[in-house]
Write a protein that binds this ligand. Structure first.
Ligand code: ATP
Ligand code: MG
Length: 404
C-alpha cells in the first residue's frame, strides 16, 4: 500500500517536540486511517508516552491545557484547531458492581467506567476499538506501526474487525457499537463475521451509554459529510431506533425519503467542497418538509411572532428526541427555515434585506438544495413528526424548560 500522508507541518512539529524531549509520540486513530484511505482527515490525534503533566511541560503554557475526567488528555491549540494529545493507556481493571454509578448497576460485568491507566504503546494499540483505528504513524521517522498486525490489511480490504473478543469489547463500551456502524456507513466497509455477530447480540446495550456521549456522537454524525450513509446503516442494523427513534419509525414515510434526499445532496456538496459543514443546516434539512407545510398554512403576521419561532424550535427539536441539539443550533435552523419564503418573493426590498441577513448563507444553501430536488408534494397523509403539543409533553423537554 502506498502511504504518503500529507501531514500538516505543525503536527509533525508537535510529535518531533515530544520525541526530542525523550518521549515516544505518534499520529494515531482516524487520521492515520483516513490517510491510508486517501481521504483528508477531519482532525488529528496524537498519542505519547508522556503523561499529561509532562506534555504540558514540553510546550508553551498558553498552547496546551489538560482536560477530561474519565479520560484525561491534553488539548493543544493551533489557531482554531484543537489537537488531542493522549497518553498511552492500557485496558483498565474491571471495578466491582458496588463502585458503579447507580444508572448502570445491571450493566454487563465487563463494562468499563474508568479509563486512566497509563501503559505502553503496544497496550495502547490493544485497548483501541478496531484494527483500522489502531495504526500508529511516526512522521518524523516515516514509520507506520501496525501493532495488531491486521490494521493495514483490514483498511485495504475494507473490514471492521474488533480488537480482541468482539462481544467483550462491545460490552466494555457500547459506544463501540455505534463506532463500528459508523465505519461501515462512512467508508462502505463490511463487518468481519465475529464482530458482526457480537454487534447484533449486544445492540441493545447502547441504551446504557451516557446521554452526553450520545449527544456528542449525534453532533458528529450531523456534521459528517457521509452522515446520510451512516444513518442508513444504523437503520439497516436496527440501531437507529435506539439512537434517533423518530427518524427510524418514519424511515419509509415519503417525508423521510425526501429528508434523506436533502441530506444526501447536502453531503455531496460538502464532499466536493461547494459548501461547508454545519449542524444547523442539517437540522433545518431534517425539519424542512414539515416546517414548509406548517409555514405555508400559517398567516404571515403569525409567522413573524416570537411565539411562532418557539413553536418552530419545538418542531425542529422533536425530530431528534431523546437527544438534544444545542439551542443555538436549533435557533439557527429555525432562522434558516423561516427565511425560505423570502427566496420566492418578487419584492426587491425583501430580496435585498435577505442578502444582508446574517442567516443568508445557510438559508440560500437550503433553498439551493431543495430546488435541485424533485418538487415537493404536500399531500402526505401521515403526520410526522409528533405534533409540537406531544413534544411539549415530553418529560425531558419540560425539565429543560424549567431549568432555563
Ligand atoms: P474520526 O475521524 O470521527 O475522528 P476517530 O477514529 O479518530 O474517527 P475519535 O473519537 O477521534 O475517532 O477517536 C480517536 C481514536 O481513539 C480512535 O481511532 C480509536 O483508536 C480510539 N477510540 C475512540 N473511541 C474509542 C472507544 N470507545 N474504545 C476504544 N478506542 C476508542
Ligand atoms: Mg479523531
Amino acid at each position: 500500500m502506498i502511504f504518503q500522508p500529507q501531514i500538516a507541518p505543525y503536527i509533525t512539529e508537535i510529535i518531533a517536540g515530544l520525541q526530542e524531549a525523550g518521549y515516544e509520540a505518534y499520529l494515531v486513530g482516524g487520521a492515520v486511517r483516513d490517510f491510508l484511505l486517501q481521504r483528508q482527515p477531519k482532525d488529528y490525534d496524537i498519542s505519547t508516552s508522556a503523561t499529561p503533566e509532562e506534555v504540558k511541560k514540553v510546550f508553551k503554557k498558553n498552547r496546551v491545557m489538560i482536560i477530561g475526567r474519565r479520560f484525561r488528555l491534553v488539548h493543544f491549540y493551533h489557531g482554531q484547531e484543537i489537537i488531542e494529545i493522549s497518553t498511552f493507556r492500557k485496558k483498565p481493571e474491571a471495578i466491582s458492581i458496588s463502585e458503579r454509578p447507580a444508572r448502570v448497576q445491571d450493566a454487563p460485568e465487563n463494562m468499563i467506567f474508568r479509563d486512566n491507566e497509563f501503559g505502553t504503546v503496544q497496550e495502547d494499540a490493544e485497548r483501541r476499538d478496531f484494527t483500522v483505528n489502531a495504526l500508529f504513524y511516526d512522521p518524523v521517522n516515516d514509520k507506520l506501526c501496525d501493532f495488531t498486525g491486521k490494521g493495514v490489511d483490514d483498511i485495504e480490504n475494507g473490514i471492521v474487525r474488533a480488537i480482541g473478543d468482539p462481544k467483550v469489547r462491545f460490552e466494555e463500551d457500547p459506544v463501540r457499537i455505534l463506532r463500528a456502524l459508523k465505519l461501515v456507513g462512512q467508508y462502505g466497509f463490511t463487518m468481519e463475521a465475529e464482530t458482526e455477530k457480537a454487534l447484533r447480540e449486544t445492540l441493545e446495550l447502547i441504551t446504557l451509554a451516557s446521554d452526553s456521549r450520545m449527544t456528542l456522537e449525534m453532533e458528529k454524525i450531523l456534521k459528517n459529510p457521509y452522515g446520510e450513509k451512516i444513518l442508513e446503516v444504523f437503520h439497516q442494523y436496527g440501531f437507529l431506533k435506539y439512537f434517533l427513534p423518530e427518524l427510524d419509525s418514519h424511515w419509509e414515510n415519503p417525508d423521510m425519503t425526501f429528508i434523506r434526499e436533502l441530506l444526501t445532496k447536502r453531503n455531496e456538496r460538502i464532499r466536493t467542497r461547494e459548501y461547508r459543514e454545519s449542524i444547523s443546516l442539517a437540522l433545518a434539512l431534517v425539519a424542512y418538509p414539515s416546517a414548509a407545510r406548517w409555514i405555508a398554512s400559517t398567516k404571515k403576521k403569525t409567522i413573524q411572532t416570537k411565539a411562532f419561532r418557539y413553536e418552530m424550535e419545538d418542531l425542529v427539536s422533536s425530530f431528534f428526541l431523546p437527544r438534544h441539539p444545542t439551542r443555538r443550533a436549533i435557533g439557527a435552523a429555525v432562522r434558516t427555515l423561516l427565511l425560505q419564503a423570502d427566496f420566492s418573493s418578487n419584492d426587491p426590498k425583501v430580496q435585498e434585506d435577505l442578502k444582508q441577513h446574517p442567516g443568508y448563507a445557510h438559508a440560500r444553501e437550503l433553498a439551493f438544495i431543495r430546488n435541485q430536488l424533485r418538487p415537493y408534494r404536500e399531500d402526505f397523509a401521515e403526520v410526522f413528526p409528533p405534533s409540537h403539543k406531544e413534544y411539549r409533553k415530553h418529560k425531558k423537554f419540560r425539565k429543560r424548560k424549567k431549568a432555563e
